[in-house]
Structure formats: structure tokens, C-alpha cells
Write a protein that binds this ligand. Structure first.
Ligand code: SAM
Length: 318
């Protein structure tokens, strides 16, 4: 049973209240505060979430990473701007905010977001290395498209072409500006991924930071739908945060940022329910094992790939 204080705080103990107040007073946690502050967050329940946000009021504005993530000025969690601030590791100049921002970027969830960008760039590099002819990539929920920008910046002669779908026109405008030099190989589509239809086939379909917001039913629906757009020999990779994410409590308590976090077993089950064969399904992860990646390969089929079929006929007729 927790001791109650005489203050307005019914969940946080007096010593925790004073500790969090001291962090706010000194402009944020120092590195040695990370563990004790983590422990305060870990012991909170739903009621404690509003208590901690009350204590953090002086920093809960759009000038801090925490405040921006909580305020959701674009109307939803995980907008292109907060994600790009995470990639840039933006730190406020205001001395009352800067240590909070440094702390934010040190959290597992923030590091995992940065890691997933590197993961995607590696996947693109592998695809590019085998690209003797142009290859088609589809990105679902492209946000700031910083990953694509960094890849193209490093490989300006790459043979990859990208279709990028995002529901938010502001995300598309932002991504277009960032990728201004590469618009000749980028095709932005403003659309809900649930509705997109195409006659095209893709070598790679990638999504990160999107399926975490979908319920199981929609997740499986999208796997089925997009698997049909993967070329024979191609791959679909879908990111999803792990249910072991150590930043979960902090995200809920401080940011009101909720995800459908999942286990590798959940992801494999969805792929199987969507009709993918077990031998074509794997689950990968970034180094912190917070962002998981469901990988579904589409086996090569010489009879369904026209070009391969023609060369097969040529070989067999000679
Ligand atoms: C968290 S961001 C991820 C951005 C990018 N994939 C990354 O990892 O940096 C999610 C993006 O998905 C977009 N989005 C959310 N729901 C969507 C939907 N149903 N269809 C298309 N885009 C959607 C949002 O507008 C946002 O830009």
C-alpha cells in the first residue's frame, strides 16, 4: 500500500513529487537521473499519468520534444514533424528545456525510430546492389521521407523508383521539400493505405511507424491486399513496435502516445492468416529489439514473370 501525501497527488509519493519538481527546476534530468526517473514512471498507474503531467506542466508545450509529442499539433500521434525531430535529435536552445530533449532522444523508443531508418536504408542498399534495371519501391505511410532522402543522397545514381503514400498532405509537402533534388524518381500519393489500388507490382513494399496504429483486423487485411502487389521474387517488410518496448510507460504517461505493440509471434500469425507460407515469413529487428520487422518474401515463379518466361522459352528452344 502506497503512503498518501496531504497534497493533490494521490498516486505519486511525496518524495517522487519533490524529485520530479527538482528535475523541472533544474531544466531536466541529468544522465544520473535517468534510472530513478525511469523508476518513477514505471510505478505509475493511469491516475498517476495525469499527476506526472501536472508536475511537468512547465515543459509541456511545443518547445520541447515531450510537449510536442503530447500536444500533437497536427492532430494525431506520430506526425511527420515529431518523427523528423527525432531523426534530427532536435534539442531546444532554452536551458529549461534542453536536458528534457536530450533525455527524450536517449529513450529506447526514440533510438529505435532512428534505428529503423538505418534498417530501411540497408534494405534499400541491398536492393540497389542487385538492381541491373530500375526497381520499384512502395512506401506506406511515408511521413517526412527522411529515410528515402538519406538513401538517395548517398546513392544519387540509384535505379530505385519510389511510390510514397501518406494520408496527410502536410507530410507530403514536407517530404517533397526535403526531397526536392530527387523528385524525378519519387511519386507522392495522398491516400489512405486502406484504399490504394494499383496495377503496378513492386520489388519492395515497406512500411514503418504505421501498422502499429492498426488493429489486428486491418493489419491482416493490409497484408493480404499489399501482398498481391509484390513482384515474384520481391518482398514486403512491415515494421511494428515490440510489446517488450521499455519506453511504453513513459510514452503513455508523459506523451499519451499509444501503439498496438506486438510480439514476433503475433506478426508471424498475421502473415500466415494473410495467406503467406511459413517458409516465406521471418521477423527481423533493429539492434535494440524495440522495432520489429515482419518480412514476407514472394517466391520467384518463372512462369508468372513474363521476362523470365521468355528467356526460359529461348533457352529451351535452342
Ligand atoms: C509515424 S509516421 C512514420 C513515417 C515514416 N514511415 C518513418 O518511419 O519515418 C506515420 C505516417 O503515416 C501516415 N498515415 C497514418 N495513417 C495513414 C493511413 N491510413 N494511410 C496513409 N498514411 C497514413 C501519417 O500521416 C504519418 O505521416
Amino acid at each position: 500500500m502506497k503512503a498518501k501525501t496531504a497534497s493533490a497527488f494521490t498516486v505519486l509519493e511525496e518524495q517522487d513529487v519533490n524529485y520530479v519538481k527538482s528535475l523541472v527546476a533544474k531544466g531536466g534530468p541529468d544522465r544520473y537521473d535517468y534510472r530513478p526517473f525511469f523508476s518513477v514512471l514505471e510505478h505509475l498507474n493511469e491516475q498517476g499519468f495525469s499527476e506526472i503531467r501536472e508536475l511537468l506542466k512547465p515543459i509541456m508545450n511545443e518547445g520541447t520534444m515531450v510537449g510536442f509529442a503530447y500536444a500533437k499539433p497536427f492532430g494525431y500521434a506520430g506526425d511527420f514533424q515529431i518523427i523528423d525531430y527525432m531523426y534530427q535529435q532536435k534539442v531546444s536552445d532554452n536551458p529549461m528545456y534542453s536536458k528534457w530533449d536530450v533525455w527524450y532522444h536517449e529513450q529506447h523508443a526514440a533510438k529505435a525510430v532512428r534505428n529503423r531508418k538505418e534498417f530501411f536504408k540497408n534494405v534499400l542498399e541491398e536492393l540497389n546492389a542487385t538492381a541491373d534495371k530500375p526497381k520499384e519501391v512502395l512506401v506506406l505511410g511515408s511521413g517526412p521521407a527522411t529515410d528515402v532522402y538519406e538513401f538517395l543522397n548517398a546513392h544519387p545514381d540509384s535505379k530505385l523508383h519510389f511510390d510514397l503514400i501518406d494520408l496527410d498532405q502536410r507530410a507530403i509537402d514536407y517530404a517533397k521539400k526535403k526531397n526536392a533534388r530527387f523528385l524525378d524518381r519519387l511519386n507522392f500519393i495522398r491516400m489512405n493505405v486502406l484504399r490504394y489500388q494499383t496495377h503496378k507490382f513492386y520489388d519492395l513494399i515497406w512500411s514503418a511507424g504505421l501498422f502499429d496504429y492498426f488493429k489486428e483486423k486491418h493489419f491482416i487485411f493490409l497484408l493480404k491486399k499489399y501482398q498481391a502487389y509484390v513482384k515474384d521474387g520481391g518482398e514486403m517488410i512491415i515494421g511494428n513496435f515490440s510489446d517488450q518496448n521499455p519506453s511504453t510507460k513513459g510514452m503513455h504517461a508523459m506523451l499519451e502516445w499509444h501503439l498496438n505493440q506486438r510480439s514476433p509471434e503475433d506478426l508471424v500469425r498475421y502473415a500466415l492468416e494473410a495467406g503467406t507460407k511459413e517458409e516465406n515469413v521471418t521477423v527481423d529487428k533493429e539492434p535494440l529489439e524495440v522495432n520489429l520487422f515482419l518480412r514476407m518474401k514472394k517466391p520467384s515463379n518463372p512462369f508468372r514473370n513474363a521476362e523470365t518466361f521468355i528467356s526460359w522459352l529461348e533457352i529451351n528452344n535452342n
